[in-house]
Structure formats: structure tokens, C-alpha cells
Design a protein around this ligand. Structure first.
Ligand code: NAG
Ligand code: NAG
Length: 338
């Protein structure tokens, strides 16, 4: 490197320009021209030599949910995700439900909200298509001819894969998810189930004295009771004779209730409650309960939690008592093409 100062260079350059005998007015112009070229060249050199450091590489994130960490408004095991399903979605079709949808969103800051249509549902199931153990679910799903069967099945599968809260379109959230679980159970709760009925003999339209509802469910991804229910449904569907996956398999309303509906779900829940308790748990253990009970990692909520306002089972008025979700009973799935 020369020790020559830039000012000396400028001096030399101007002396050189003097010797060139150019018309006076061209000298400043020529100087500006040279400076522009130099600036342009140095910019190119700067950008080409610095380019790699401008590229942003992908950062590594912790595997736990960023929303759930240290957030007292979230449950430690149940991810902050809300799911609803409307397989025949159109903007017009969901209009009657917009205030209910809003109730879930407004009570659930930093939760994701997803309304699944048929394509979205398929993309969830397709996650399993490369799995060695679960790829068979896709053709069996297609074999479920009735939409209600598919919608029922999807809620268990969805929570088994993703975790979070599932709730029917005709339900309204009254209290946020973290309020559903008493503080002393928060660190242990991985599945939340509520009652649909609690009466002996069973309420009309139900099968068991104490029957669990499946219009609202919450759970950690991978909970064995959710997979147990998925497996149970698949076994039933598989029993039906069908040659090709696209051929319809007929199920009656009663069968739907038994297989994918509340009766089937109730049997699975009792099975897992019994496993957790290490003894047979039946309806007599749960009847008349007024506060939540934890069996292993399964939290059972009393009738008012999801079924306030029903005219039986000792339930409080609509939205009264410890009501967390209000069911509007607008389900019109029976018969027809559903
Ligand atoms: C979050 O919780 C963990 C363990 O419960 C604790 O070690 C950590 O300091 C907490 N972080 C913040 C930001 O509070
Ligand atoms: C369930 O009920 C039976 C009697 O019906 C009783 O012996 C048992 O202790 C109860 N178990 C629990 C966990 O409440």
C-alpha cells in the first residue's frame, strides 16, 4: 500500500488534468464522470463480496410450542389449537354459526383456530399416507359413505394427530380452555371429556346412564383413548363387505351413534378410565358428580360443563352453573344425504 494520502491523489489528479489542456468547462464534468464510475464499480465489488452474508439461514426453534411455554393461560399438555369441521363448507352455509365461531376466537388469545372443510380434512388424513402403520386409514375413510360418520371419525383422528380442542359448529364457548381444568389438575390433564346425560334409566336417544358427549372434546396429541376410538371405528368399518374403497358402506342412524357417536365414545372412555383407575369404572362411579374428577390423565367434567340447559340429568339452565361450552343442539344430520 502506498502511503500517499487521498488528498495528495486529488492534487495529483488535478495537476494531471491541468496538463491535458482540456477546455475548462469539461474538467469538472470529467471528474464527476470518473467519480461516478468509481462509485459504481466499488458498489458492485461491495455487493458481490458481501452477498453471502446477506442470506438469512433458517434458525433452529425449540420443539415445544412457543405459545404454551410459561403461559398461564394455556394448559401444559393440551396444545392451543381449536378445531371445527364443516365438510360442506361454503361462506353462506356457515353464516348461522358466525357468532359461535367468534365465541371460540374471542375466548382464546394465542390459540390457532381452524375450520376444516373437506379438503382440509383430507390433508390431515393424508399426513398418514406415508405411514407404515396408519396408511390404511385413507381408503377406510372413503368407505364411510355418510358424512356424519366421516365428521365424527375426523374429530377423534384430528385430536389424535394434532391435539387441541374440537367442538361442533353449533356450540358456543363460554369459558376459555384453561378454565375447564382446576389448577390442581392442570399439570396432569391430557384428555378432557364431558357428560351428555346422567340419568337412570338412560335419557331417550342415549344408550348409557352416564354417557359422554363428543360434540366437544379436548386432548393432547397421541392420547391413547383417542387412538383407541380411531381404531375401534376403523375395525367396524373394515368389517363391512366392500370390494373397492369407493363403494358405499351403508350405516343406519343407530349404527352411527354406536360406532362413531357418543355411545361408542362412551364405551372407549369407560375402558380408559378403568385402565387409569386400575378397577372397573362405570356409570355409578360418575353419576351425580358436581365437580371435575381426574382419572389418571383423563379429566371428567360434570353435566353442566358442556350440557347445561338439557331438560334432564340435573343440569342447570342454559349457560348456568359451571358451563364451559353451550350446545345449541342444531344438529340435523339424521337421514337425507348426511
Ligand atoms: C419458564 O418456566 C421454566 C420452568 O417452569 C423456567 O425454568 C423458566 O425460567 C421460565 N421462563 C420464564 C421466561 O419465565
Ligand atoms: C367405583 O364404584 C365402585 C362401586 O360401584 C367402588 O367400589 C369403587 O371404589 C369406585 N371407584 C372409584 C375410583 O370411584
Amino acid at each position: 500500500m502506498s502511503s500517499t494520502e487521498p488528498s495528495q491523489w486529488a492534487e495529483k489528479a488535478s495537476i494531471y488534468l491541468e496538463t491535458l489542456d482540456l477546455p475548462r468547462y469539461t474538467r469538472p464534468r470529467l471528474t464527476r464522470y470518473l467519480i461516478s464510475i468509481l462509485a459504481f464499480l466499488s458498489l458492485i465489488v461491495f455487493y458481490t463480496s458481501h452477498q453471502p452474508s446477506l442470506l438469512i439461514s433458517e434458525p433452529e426453534f425449540p420443539s415445544i410450542s412457543i405459545y404454551a411455554a410459561n403461559n398461564t393461560n394455556h394448559l401444559p399438555h393440551i396444545p392451543p389449537k381449536i378445531w371445527q369441521i364443516y365438510l360442506d363448507y361454503t361462506p353462506y352455509a356457515i353464516m348461522p354459526y358466525t357468532s359461535y365461531i367468534q365465541s371460540f376466537i374471542t375466548h382464546s388469545p394465542s390459540h390457532t383456530y381452524t375450520l376444516l372443510d373437506a379438503h382440509g380434512a383430507l390433508s390431515i388424513i393424508s399426513k398418514l399416507s406415508t405411514s407404515k402403520t396408519h396408511a390404511h386409514i385413507l381408503p377406510l375413510f372413503y368407505a364411510m359413505s355418510r358424512r356424519v360418520l366421516r365428521a365424527d371419525f375426523l374429530r377423534y383422528l384430528l385430536l389424535a394427530i394434532e391435539g387441541g380442542v374440537y367442538s361442533d359448529m353449533d356450540t358456543e364457548m363460554l369459558r376459555p380452555l384453561h378454565d375447564w381444568v382446576p389448577d390442581e389438575y392442570k399439570s396432569r390433564t391430557k384428555l378432557i371429556v364431558g357428560l351428555e346425560a346422567d340419568q337412570s334409566p338412560p335419557v331417550g336417544g342415549t344408550t348409557y346412564e352416564v354417557q359422554f358427549c363428543q360434540w366437544t372434546l379436548a386432548g393432547a396429541a397421541g392420547h391413547p383413548a383417542l387412538w383407541g376410538m380411531v381404531e375401534r371405528i376403523l375395525n367396524e368399518v373394515q368389517k363391512r363387505p366392500f370390494e373397492s374403497p369407493m363403494k358405499d358402506v351403508e350405516f343406519s342412524d343407530e349404527e352411527v351413534l354406536d360406532i362413531t357417536g357418543p355411545a361408542g365414545w362412551t364405551e372407549v372412555v369407560y375402558e380408559y378410565l378403568s385402565k387409569a383407575a386400575g378397577e372397573e369404572i362405570g356409570w355409578r362411579n360418575l353419576t351425580g358428580m358436581r365437580s371435575p374428577r381426574l382419572f389418571g390423565d383423563i379429566l371428567v367434567l360434570p353435566i353442566d360443563a358442556f350440557a347445561s340447559g338439557v331438560p334432564h340429568s340435573g343440569a342447570s339452565g342454559p349457560g348456568m352453573g359451571e358451563a364451559f361450552v353451550k350446545h345449541q343442539f342444531q344438529g340435523s344430520w339424521r337421514g337425507g344425504d348426511h
